[in-house]
Design a protein around this ligand. Sequence first.
Ligand code: CUA
Length: 332
Amino acid sequence: MRPLTPLALVLVLGGCAGRQSVLDPAGEQAATLHGLLGLMLIVCGIAYLLVLTFLAAALWRGRRRLNPEPAATSDDRQLNVGLTAWAGLMTLGIFALAAASFLVDRTLARHDEQAAGDIRVTGHQWWWRIEYRDPAGRGWIETANELHLPQGRPMRLEIRSADVIHSFWIPNLSGKIDMVPGRANHLTITPQRLGWVRGQCAEFCGVQHARMALEVKVDTPADYAAWLSGQARVAAPPQDPQAARGLALIATGTCGSCHSIRGAGPEARAAPDLTHLASRRSLAAGTLPMSRTALMGWITQPQALKPGAEMPASNLPPADVLAITRYLESLR
Ligand code: CUA
């Protein structure tokens, strides 16, 4: 076998980076867990290599025994020393891991104590409802499928489910936590690196479990505040007759019986809030990148794109689909 060339090594290690990877921490909790993972790998790696070494030695000695030479007299003593050393080493390894695990747990708990609880995330089949406490004190600001977090601030998330058990997991930022119906769990995240990472539901929750992704953006505190005040605004009024017709179709048709658009009429809460839909990066919980084509396709044939999703086909004429898309595109 040829040894790994530097290029191959770079490619292999490149697989460790990425926007959905526990091996590329972008937050304090993930970095703490990454340290524990490293220690576990080292301890277990050493134990594994030792087992293989002893196995090889045993095989070699076994082959020698097949020869008619007399057995060495010191075998028993050597075996005793070897077993004692082995037991000592294993005990040491287990204690090291237990102590590290305890310290990591305490570190995570300290983050929890410092955190502010301003965000609620609720799992649905198959999307994420996200609510932010309004800094201006006017209740909660709702959005969906895209989580924004401020850099360097411990944020305590309240995690719930509206239907089945999901699992909230943003590998680059933190460990996972179950979303259990009828129960509120809590998770603290302290993001450190600016930019986008990706979360994913980590508990099988039905046919579209795989298409339950979460876009996550870490902003500077100033950008985060600006983004949040943008989300707090009600929807902009339609700017042209086509968009106005789109809004009328949404309000009077089936869209408005599930979705809400703050300030524009529809107020149902069964499906993702659309107030600032076009400001989001993707559609249908990471299923499609946000674009006019994606919006039109999703309105027309959602079941072809995400079979089993609650969104029904619209059966609207193309002109109506275009008008609705036109309006939705203005919801920035
Ligand atoms: Cu939600 Cu898997």
